[in-house]
Design a protein around this ligand. Sequence first.
Ligand SMILES: O=C(O)c1cc(=O)[nH]c(=O)n1[C@@H]1O[C@H](COP(=O)(O)O)[C@@H](O)[C@H]1O
Length: 273
Amino acid sequence: MTGFGPRFRAAVTARGRLCAGIDPHVDLLQSWGLGADPAGLDRFADICIEAFGSVAAVVKPQVAFFEPFGAAGLATLERVIAGCRDAGALVLADAKRGDIGSTMAAYARAWLDDSSPLVSDAVTVSPYLGFGSLEPALDAARPAGRGVFVLARTSNPEGASVQLADADGRSVGQRIVDAAAAVNTDGAGTVGVVVGATRAHGLDLTALAGPILAPGLGAQGARAEDLGPVFAEADLDWLLPASSRGVLRAGPDIGALRASFEAARDEVESALS
Ligand SMILES: O=C(O)c1cc(=O)[nH]c(=O)n1[C@@H]1O[C@H](COP(=O)(O)O)[C@@H](O)[C@H]1O
């Protein structure tokens, strides 16, 4: 089985470096003329699958926006995942899971195991219970060629108080990056990190050898031209900037939505070239 790293690299080489976030905020549903109900969510999902599935290297459904609809929301999320994967996109489930190892194993089954209707190509995880607690997710991801994206330096201003804290001479965020790099020495690129595009992060990412998800483009204020300076020291072939609302605001017309994604992706590619 090809590791997640090579699968990621092939996808971004073919389709470009922009992750399409699928975040069905209630105000977006309303501005698309849809109800904030299961039928509206379903229509939003269909439009996103159609607009992004065949053009984006990676799509990232934000699980939190499906959960308020209960079983119906999860059924829609299953369709988003399967529909986008069928259309050739890698699906990164933005679930930000994290728990003690035995519970982490259940999260790994949910998001990374073929037996689950939610199986995705990768999932976001939180390392707050210690990087080692993520081991069951890494063990599930590795043999399946799937990936795990670990929060390191998030795009929100509040992240600094924890992520920049000193941990024996390195920041907490740097320790997460270094732990990810140690796993990736096997060349599979199983572990990615999440580093917001919104500000200087102060991390040394040079040894990572895995993907860098960089949310914050668009609605949170980061621009394509910020990416070069913010990630000056990183290997830009691993960079995956992400935008959700900034692109989604162009809906509900499928053509306009896809054009908005493609314009943002082209801006990223020309800024990084
Ligand atoms: O893991 C993430 O994707 C993530 C990490 C981070 O540091 N910041 C961040 O905004 N995100 C997610 O990325 C998306 C950003 O959405 P927009 O601000 O609408 O582009 C949301 O789904 C966030 O939960």
